[in-house]
Ligand binder design. Structure first.
Ligand code: HEM
Ligand code: CA
Length: 172
């Protein structure tokens, strides 16, 4: 094993079975970024509503998730991720959302730890939070300050820059 398990003070569990997730299944790359270390210790994703990091999250979502969940998470063969209804209510927390992405759910929703590293999962999660189109008051995953500033996502007004024109993603 490696030191990751020792860093994580939260217990991460599979969304369907409730069994502990083995975070050492994750690729070596992306395990020890500042964002990952903070997330594993606190459940806080510093990439959420960080405009410098959204382009990368969008890019990853388009390549890894949109085929099943739709271009902007509107739903396709997988459920919509851009609204306030969640099959698994734990996805209303960033810890729960991470657990579902890392360990998968039922059917076609397989575990993503073979396809995305931990840092990339946090980036995808930030994009999923950003394309939310329902009432910000129901966006319990945001901090109160983020919720107050949040604008419902409208794909016609999406000005997220392409990745090659994006600023450096800086966790703050
Ligand atoms: C369910 C995220 C990739 C198919 C879910 C849920 C989340 C999610 C959060 C639970 C939604 C809820 O509680 O309402 C993602 C992300 C992906 C991804 C972020 C990319 C990293 C995929 C892919 C497929 C897929 C590639 C198809 C091959 C499904 C299906 C469900 C689901 C069928 C329903 C599973 C169930 O209800 O147990 N996904 N997903 N997803 N996803 Fe994905
Ligand atoms: Ca939904």
């Amino acid at each position: 094993g490696f030191a990751l398990a020792a860093q994580a003070t939260l217990n991460f569990t599979n969304t369907v079975t409730g069994q502990p997730l083995d975070l050492s299944d994750a690729p070596a790359e992306g395990r020890d970024t500042e964002a990952v270390k903070k997330f594993l210790a606190t459940g806080v994703n510093v990439y959420v509503e960080n405009p410098t990091c959204l382009p990368k999250g969008k890019d990853l979502f388009l390549s890894m998730c949109s085929g099943c969940h739709g271009h902007y998470g509107e739903g396709k063969i997988g459920p919509g991720l851009n609204d306030s209804y969640w099959t698994y209510p734990k996805n209303m927390t960033d810890q729960g959302l991470f657990e579902t992405i890392f360990g998968g759910a039922q059917g076609q929703m397989g575990p993503m730890y073979g396809a995305l590293n931990l840092d990339e999962m946090l980036l995808v999660m930030a994009w999923v939070r950003h394309f939310y189109k329902d009432d910000p008051n129901d966006a319990v995953w945001l901090t109160p300050a983020q919720r107050a500033a949040f604008k419902r996502f409208n794909e016609k007004e999406d000005q997220t820059p392409d990745l090659d024109k994006a600023p450096v993603c800086k966790a703050t």
